[in-house]
Every structure is written in C-alpha cells, then in structure tokens.
Design a protein around this ligand. Sequence first.
Ligand code: ADP
Length: 253
Amino acid sequence: KSVLKTRWLAHQLVHLESVDSTNIWAKKHHHELQHGALVLAEEQTGGRGRLGRSWESSKGEGIWMTLVLEPGLPMHDAGKMTQLAAAAMHQAIVGVTGLPVKIKWPNDLLVGDHKICGILTEASGELTRIERLLVGIGVNVNQQAFSGEIAAVATSLRIMMEQPVSRVALLMLFLEIFEKCYDDYVLHQSYGAVLRVVREHSMLLNQPIDVIRGDQRVAARAVSIHEDGRLEVVYEDGQSELLAGGEVSVRRK
Ligand code: ADP
C-alpha cells in the first residue's frame, strides 16, 4: 500500500532532515502552514515531552511529527484531541504490528511497561477558542536499543517485533485513521469510537496510581475517562477530582 488515501490530512507535507522540534518548527513557520499540514523530521535535536521534559528523537529511527490543525473548537476541548490522537495511533500500531499496546492517560502509548509513543498537544488562540492546534507525536519505530536514562522506560516497535517495521506503512495508516476520527468528531460531533478505544486499552483505569504535581505526590485510584478527555480519580479520603492532561503526571503504583 503506497498511496495516501486521506481527503485533506497531510496534503501539505514538510519533510525535514534535522530540526530542534517539529512543534517549534511549526510555530515558527505558522504562516506557511495550512490546516492539515504535516511536519515530519528524520531527527529532532531538542524534542520535548510534557512539562518541559525532553524527548529523544534519533535519526531515521522514529516518526517525529507535528500535525497542524484548525479545528475551531473551544479551548477546553484540546484534551479531547490528545485522546483522539492517542486512539488513532493505538489503532495504527495495532494494525501494523498486532502488539498489545496500552494507552497511559493522557498522552503515552506503552507496550508492557515501556513507552513506545508520546504525544504533545499545544493549542494557541484566544482564551476560549482554539485557533491552531499542534499535535506533536513521537513514535519509536526502528531503534535497536536505548541508552542512558530512558533505557529503563523506552522501547521501540522493532525491539518488540524483533524485526524492522515500515515507518511509511505505519504513518499512512495512522493518517487515514486520524482523519476519520477527526472528521467524525469535528464535523459530525461523534466521539464515541475514540472514547471506546482509550477506555478499553487504558493502562490506568481501575488501578492504584500516584497523582503528581510538582514535588507533591498523592495516592489515588483512576476510575474513569470522561467524555471531555479528563481523568477522574478518587483519593484515599473519598474525594474525587477530574484531572486535565496539561497539569499533572500520573504513575501507576
Ligand atoms: P510523562 O511520562 O510524565 O507523561 P512525557 O510525556 O512528558 O512524560 O515524556 C517525557 C519523558 O519520556 C522523558 O522524561 C523520558 O523519561 C521519556 N522519554 C524521552 N524520550 C523518549 C523516547 N524516545 N521514548 C520513550 N520515552 C522517552
């Protein structure tokens, strides 16, 4: 399969050899990029995760990309787009590899206890309306090993499959699935399929977790993923809270 069958997504395609971060590049080139543009890089020298953390993006071995979107949604719906991207990438990785992928709310995909994909959604606009949404996604595809700090937490599709995996096949399938989910949601207000995927394959639901804010760590249980993309947790004193992805980290105990 080698023809991209999307109706509008990735029809504008920027392919960079090396970049600091595809999200940063997309911000700087704001005026050249239209809704649906895809910025892809072979390597990121300053890839980022949430909350200022770094994301290792080695040359030629991963999919390091940013989708540029103008969904015209209220700002508080940005979290739903992260869930949508996670669900679409989940379906794409399962489609290409058959691996048992789990979704760790709000933005990571894991196989076993190891991270295979991270998502960094950044919205800009006025207070209430998203003008532009950058969905940055990193997928570890063909790394043969990891070194340093992330060796304990990261894995790649190649390591799990014990053979190389086609970045093109995975990317094309992802784009087709993402476009379908996006159109269902943004054009037809239909978000049920995304919720089914993120709930069914969630790593955290019904598990004891720690909710981490700065250096504060509080024990809780993850009880549901709401329709707005937030995670409902119940603390040991019985209080519950809805968490938005931008502000907290959660760890399974
Ligand atoms: P969190 O797990 O708290 O949500 P982020 O989503 O912000 O973290 O991702 C950043 C973290 O992911 C880094 O601190 C690092 O531990 C880990 N990491 C960095 N690069 C990679 C990679 N290529 N693959 C898997 N994990 C990575």
